[in-house]
Design a protein around this ligand. Structure first.
Ligand code: ATR
Length: 276
């Protein structure tokens, strides 16, 4: 590819993002000419900033908080997964058209598959904690993999109800009270934390894992720190655990592919770079 690839992340704030590290690593690794920049875009400015960046010849963007839902409305085309999630996290520009996709579902599923190749999504209920943007992608991923039941719990129950109502397969989703999170684990095959709890600067998730079957898998999508209290708690009672860094890395792969045609691989050097 001869063209200099202009790529970026639009969000607010964007300073903490690992995406520039990931995409610039792959640009170099695959011997492409280009640069991926983090661009701080205030909530009201998305449309005008995107117009300006297109004028400058940008090929694509990642979209993060708080723009993922607005991006869906600004795109000329949106794939089925982004439509189902209700959010676009990747835009690819072709012939002046904005094509939106959502790679978070892929990131969530590949992270589990990569770490637990033998895990069967369709064999037991899954418990999902949280009802923000990440939870929407996780719930869509689980429905796509034909999970028999999703128990959805959020501190603000109404948000979980809105999420469930927006899903095609809503009969599989059971919204429960946040206070019932300990009991909700009975018979589950997977527990996913999508809340901010356990993240640097936040308190730990307070949950009693006694009812979680020993053969269940726990996935914490928090990746900073990589070893959350929840992961350690589950590991110490013998559950298989999957951290969040893999979701971050895997969601970046189809984004990079949409802009460059190259499906990049995750190697140890990249893992070391993002864990720093
Ligand atoms: P994201 O898009 O990354 O999922 P978000 O939309 O800010 O981020 O969602 C954060 C999630 O963490 C929400 O489910 C939030 O619960 P509320 O909907 O009740 O706000 C959850 N969360 C944040 N702080 C929490 C806390 N102290 N206790 C329980 N849940 C919390």
């Amino acid at each position: 590819m001869d063209e200099f690839l202009k790529l970026g992340l639009v969000g607010h704030p964007v300073g903490h993002s690992k995406s520039p590290l990931i995409h610039n690593y792959w640009i170099k690794k695959y011997d492409l000419a280009g640069e991926y920049k983090a661009i701080d875009v205030r909530p009201d400015n998305l449309e005008s900033v995107l117009d300006g960046l297109m004028e400058e010849g940008y090929k694509g963007f990642n979209v993060t908080i708080p723009h993922k839902e607005t991006a869906l409305t600004l795109c000329d085309s949106v794939d089925d997964i982004a439509q189902a999630v209700g959010a676009v996290n990747t835009i690819c520009i072709e012939n002046g058209q904005l094509n939106g996709i959502n790679t978070d579902v892929f990131g969530f599923l590949e992270n589990i598959r990569g770490n637990r190749p033998q895990f069967g999504f369709s064999t037991a209920p899954a418990v999902v904690l949280g009802a923000g943007g990440a939870a929407r992608a996780v719930v869509q991923g689980l429905l796509q993999e034909d999970v028999p039941e999703i128990r959805l719990l959020n501190r603000t129950r109404g948000k979980a109800e809105i999420l469930a109502r927006a899903c095609k397969d809503r009969s599989k989703i059971h919204v429960l009270d946040w206070e019932d999170r300990h009991r909700a684990l009975k018979g589950a095959g997977l527990l996913v934390n999508t809340t901010a709890l356990g993240m640097e600067g936040h308190s730990q998730l307070d949950i009693d894992l006694a009812a979680l079957p020993e053969d269940a898998t726990l996935n914490d999508i928090v990746y900073a720190p990589p070893d959350t209290g929840l992961l350690k708690q589950a590991q110490s009672r013998g559950n298989a655990v999957v951290g969040g860094i893999g979701m971050l890395l895997h969601q970046a792969r189809p984004a990079f592919q949409s802009w460059t045609g190259v499906m990049p691989e995750i190697d140890q050097e990249l893992m070391d770079i993002v864990m720093q």
